[in-house]
Design a protein around this ligand. Structure first.
Ligand code: PBG
Length: 325
């Protein structure tokens, strides 16, 4: 039999034809915008993340209203406390920075979905995501504090809890804590599959959360492992996670696809700080077409199987779309 001659180009002929057969699309509803709020001092741009700021509360109040007006539906909030200590008590204090930021957002923008990052690394003086026992991160002691943190975030009005601490059993502990405290209705977006990654470098500047000694390799995953990702997925599903995050994004899209194929839960891909910074740096040098690279990044994550994408580009994408209208 002769090889058939197939004209693939017929479906690429015009822009309208390409629009017609496009397989993957995304809308602003699919994007979650991460924001940093600080307890004291002036609002400052994060040097390694141009366009991303640590807002003080009064600037944050203005900024979330702009974000909502742009059509963004959901924000992921990180707090930067004035003081840190060994157990990260700023994370669960009633008047902590994240609690204030959550209350303010729900007052000013009740429609906006407020997701609270639940971790201790921004609040501990040693910069680890849990509490220490000697030089080790103590898993079960950390769970107690994370539970308190999640409850205080829900009590402040958070619509969703996003635990990123990577302790074992954190979904179960937080689910139980929320239920006992009367927050059965608050879902958990679990950082189920979180690799120990250098792509978080700029975030650690942004959140002032770099570990003061050692690294996170005893609690975050080895980037070389794929089956382990599915074990992490299984345990979080069993513990009651409502959404599953895979993080980082770009170098881990095979994992997004694996998780998509094995779970019916909404899958979230985190387009992390280092992925943002690399695009910004290359764009500043005039080496890439920034808008197009952002589009390919987000569409690639969607195509890999993500339902939702956490991205520092969300505001920029929303602004571009507003201009086009
Ligand atoms: C806190 C946390 C981190 C990120 C989200 N939550 C950093 C880390 O684990 O070191 C990374 C986000 C990013 O790089 O954009 N544990």
């Amino acid at each position: 039999m002769e090889a058939p001659f197939i004209r693939h180009r017929n479906l690429r002929k015009t822009s309208a034809m390409r629009d017609l057969v496009r397989e993957t699309k995304f809308s602003l509803d699919d994007l979650i915008y991460p924001m940093f709020v600080k307890e004291t001092g002036e609002t400052t741009e994060i040097p390694s993340m141009p366009g991303i700021y640590q807002y003080n509360l009064s600037d944050f109040e203005k900024e979330i209203q702009k974000v909502q007006a742009l059509g963004i539906q959901a924000v992921l909030l990180f707090g930067i406390p004035a003081q840190k200590d060994a157990i990260g008590s700023g994370a669960f204090s009633e008047n902590g920075i994240i609690q204030q930021a959550i209350r303010l957002t729900k007052e000013r923008c009740p429609q906006l979905i407020v997701i609270a990052d639940t971790c201790l690394c921004e609040y501990t003086d040693h910069g680890h995501c849990g509490v220490l026992h000697g030089a080790e991160v103590d898993n079960d002691a950390s769970l107690e504090i994370l539970k308190k943190t999640a409850i205080s975030q829900a009590a402040s009005g958070a619509d969703m809890i996003a635990p990123s601490n990577a302790m074992d059993g954190f979904v179960y502990a937080i689910r139980q804590g929320l239920d006992e405290a009367g927050f059965q209705h608050v879902p958990i977006m679990s950082y189920a599959i979180k690799y120990a990654s250098s792509f978080y470098g700029p975030f650690r500047d942004a959140a002032g959360s770099a570990p003061q000694f050692g690294d996170r390799k005893t609690y975050q995953m080895d980037p070389a492992n794929r089956k382990e990702a599915l074990r992490e997925m299984q345990s979080d599903v069993a513990e009651g996670a409502d959404l599953l995050i895979v993080k980082p994004g770009l170098a881990f899209l095979d994992i997004v696809r694996d998780v998509r194929n094995q779970s019916l839960l909404p899958i979230v891909c985190y387009n992390v700080s280092g992925e943002y910074s690399m695009v910004k740096a290359a764009a500043q040098k005039g080496w890439i077409n920034e808008a197009q690279i952002i589009y390919e990044t987000i569409i690639g994550m969607k195509r890999a199987g993500a339902d939702l994408i956490i991205t520092y580009f969300a505001k920029q994408i929303a602004q571009e779309r507003q201009k086009e209208e």
